[in-house]
Design a protein around this ligand. Structure first.
Ligand SMILES: *Cc1c(COP(=O)(O)O)cnc(C)c1O
Length: 236
């Protein structure tokens, strides 16, 4: 199947899952997870209707930006971000989805101040409280959200997660439901006037329909659009 056919198929599944859950399909954005893809493939995806590309690696993002590969689409940073790489990202992407510590938040805010922008962000939550995973521990999320809401030059728009790997997408459901509850509770606790929280980014190739049923506004899909990736080399 071509990228174009895959985009149509995934989009149709998102729309069906949204309708099933009584939601407006227009509330759900399909983010193409473009790691390891070429600029040419990215352009193909955008021509097929992709409106947001999600990048994991600073180096790939920089190369694709130089290539103008994202023309016609937004770019989100969705990967693990080191504080020393923040300068390559802030002000160059529409949304950083993967903010997971006070230190990273401060580094992003400092760089945003330096270049004179307000950077939109999501907080990444380690929803399964897994030892070896990035994301803010659930128990520290409220403090981080409060800090983000009070920090100039960043705007907190919501939450993101990568749940534990499961065999059956139905098993991801409790994690998605927990995310949805955290999202609603934190939004409410912070007061609707004081927060711009509106996005919930969850669901990947194996479980995006389940995530949509549980309230996702952004699903991040790679394999189902572009096919299987070669094995990952270690992240630099
Ligand atoms: C690679 C990646 C995805 C997409 O994963 P697939 O299983 O290929 O759909 C989503 N989110 C993040 C953060 C990723 O790194």
């Amino acid at each position: 199947m071509s990228v174009e056919e895959n985009v149509k198929l995934v989009r149709a599944k998102i729309d069906a899952a949204a309708k099933e859950a009584g939601r407006d399909p227009g509330e759900v954005t399909l983010v193409a997870a473009t790691k390891v893809q070429t600029s040419e493939t990215i352009r193909e995806a955008i021509a097929a209707g992709i409106t947001v590309c999600g990048e994991n690696r600073v180096q790939e993002l920089t190369a694709h930006l130089e290539d103008n590969a994202y023309e016609g689409a937004e770019v989100h940073f969705i990967g693990h971000l080191q504080t020393n790489k923040v300068k390559y990202i802030v002000g160059r992407v529409d949304l950083i989805q993967s903010v997971d510590s006070p230190r990273l938040l401060e580094a992003i805010a400092a760089q945003a101040a330096k270049v004179g922008v307000t950077q939109d962000i999501l907080l990444e939550v380690n929803i399964g409280d897994e030892e070896s995973k990035g994301g803010c521990p659930v128990g520290e999320l409220r403090d981080l959200a409060r800090q983000a809401a009070q920090t100039p030059h960043v705007r907190l728009l919501g939450l993101m997660c990568i749940p534990p790997v499961v065999d059956d997408p139905v098993e991801a459901r409790p994690y998605f439901e927990k995310m949805r509850k955290l999202f609603v509770d934190i939004k409410q606790e912070m007061g609707d006037n004081e927060t711009d929280m509106k996005y919930l980014s969850m669901g990947m190739s194996g479980d995006f329909e389940e995530a949509v049923r549980c309230g996702a506004t952004h699903v991040r899909v790679g394999t189902a659009l572009f096919g299987a990736r070669p094995p990952m080399h270690p992240q630099k």
